[in-house]
Design a protein around this ligand. Structure first.
Ligand code: IFM
Length: 464
């Protein structure tokens, strides 16, 4: 007889969830009046994504959302984090709401509520209406203002049924992967433009929170989700230590300092003053950006090992905001996921400790994404065993427990992701799901062993 499995125990009020995002799962890109987004255009650009993969059909969640919600219900997850596709609501990024777009999210949230699952809504998970990009995108303040209008429309339509509202998912990726390294849509390599985008994303966040609070119905909670990484110097060499500080600035502090402390990071001028004069900032912006938050969402996957390497073009005209003379050099003996990301769960405890130390009055924290891609393959019986994912999640939950034991206010954990899906520039080759999607067989959903394990873990919380 196999011995009974023992699961980690969390506080009774702890939130258990799973996460997804619109462009990664929905498909139906031409349906019900949806306009094109920057990811439609980018993913159809030759060479932009692995094998030319795109989100035209994705997991067809737009048509199969009832089946997917049933899978969330059977998992026992109390909460489901998803994002609204801005171009479904405003196909051109401005103007009145497209009712059919809102209706889809009404149907989805009704289905969740009927299943006893709390919807956690993110307003922006990277699918900017293409027309706004053509008018300057996040490089302009106008997009931040349009974002607040869009937030108000969605909030007005759905706040009778949605309590949890997150403005942005991972603004670091939008600004730096989208407009500096060019790995993500819109796929440009800029200096000043990427830094202006980072700033206007935060202005958009502030304006959106203000707009939604002004029409608050009552119980809503407003927050933002940042992807943070603990940056470790690759060696004790002072050059690597300085590289780690620059990477920490770019990846974390550009966002955490204004949003959580109402300051701009001290080292930014030293790192970027040759490519921008920061003229996109206005005197009152910091106060606007630092809105009181009801929660902070943190997406955490791995630590970064920063090593100095002279990568920046000495001519500032050719330097992007991500050219800061740093490369990633994880120790060779650390295990890696299929993304090549090093696995070390202590990253989660260290990040939580660091935030708690550096920022006073932190809002309650939710881990809104954590998970891993592995090379999942169905076995001869049709099951998909994924012991590495179970070990990954379990060890990261252990790191959350360590933080809780130190008194850090972590209130929930959302696994990324419910389903295998469109992993951006990597296309469908990287699988993060608790549920396997068979792309060769009508997008059939097959719960992996990690789905059953996570379900049992959630179930065990309720048992004494
Ligand atoms: O798939 C992404 C998600 O869209 C944002 N956070 C990281 C995930 C894995 O790369």
């Amino acid at each position: 007889m196999p011995s009974e499995q023992v699961f980690r125990k969390f506080p009774d009020s702890f939130t258990w969830g799973v996460s997804t995002a619109s462009y990664q799962i929905e498909g139906a890109v031409h349906e019900d009046g949806r306009g094109p987004s920057i990811w439609d255009v980018f993913s159809h650009t030759p060479g932009a994504t692995a094998r030319g993969d795109h989100g035209d059909v994705a997991c067809d969640h737009y048509h199969r959302f009832r089946e997917d919600v049933a899978l969330v219900r059977d998992l026992g997850a109390g909460s489901y984090r998803f994002s609204v596709a801005w171009p479904r609501i405003q196909p051109e990024g401005h103007g009145p709401a497209n009712q059919k777009g809102l209706d889809f999210y009404r149907r989805l949230t009704d289905e969740l509520l009927d299943a006893g699952v709390e919807p956690w809504l993110t307003l922006y998970h990277w699918d900017l209406p293409q027309q706004l990009e053509e008018r300057g995108g996040w490089r302009t303040r106008d997009t931040a203002e349009r974002f607040a209008d869009y937030a108000a429309l969605v909030h007005d339509a759905l706040s009778d049924r949605v309590t949890w509202w997150s403005t942005l998912n991972e603004p670091y990726c939008t600004a730096f992967l989208g407009m500096a390294t060019g790995e993500h849509a819109p796929g440009t390599r800029e200096g000043h433009g990427a830094l202006a985008a980072a700033h206007h994303l935060m202005v958009g966040h502030g304006l959106a929170v203000q707009a939604m609070r002004a029409q608050r119905r009552g119980a809503e909670k407003f927050g933002i989700t940042l992807n943070l990484t603990e940056v470790r110097p690759a060696s004790a060499d002072p050059a690597d230590r300085a590289a780690a500080e620059r990477f920490d600035l770019m990846h974390n502090r550009v966002f955490t300092d204004p949003i959580l402390a109402g300051t701009f990071p001290s080292r930014e001028r030293e790192v970027w003053s040759d490519i921008t004069d920061f003229a996109f900032r206005r005197p009152d912006d910091l106060a606007l950006i630092r809105q009181p938050l009801d929660f902070l969402g943190m997406n955490v996957y791995c630590p970064t090992y920063a090593k100095f390497a002279p990568t920046a073009d000495p001519d500032p005209r050719f330097r992007t905001a991500a050219d800061i003379d740093v490369v990633s050099a994880p120790p060779a003996d650390l295990p890696r996921t299929a993304m090549g990301w090093p696995v070390d769960a202590t990253v989660l405890t260290q990040l939580l400790r660091g935030l708690n130390k550096d920022y006073r009055g932190l809002p309650p924290i939710y881990i809104t994404e954590n998970g891993a891609a592995f090379r999942d393959v169905p076995d001869a019986t049709g099951h998909v065993p994924d012991p590495e994912r179970i070990a990954y999640i379990d060890s990261h939950l252990g790191a959350v427990q360590d933080a809780l034991a130190e008194g850090i206010d972590v209130r929930g954990y959302f696994c990324w992701s419910l389903l295998d899906n469109f992993e951006w520039a990597y296309g469908y080759a990287k699988r993060f799901g608790l549920i396997y999607v068979d792309y060769d067989d009508d997008l059939r959903r097959v719960p992996k062993s990690s789905y059953h394990w996570y379900r049992d873990l959630i179930r065990a919380q309720g048992e004494s």
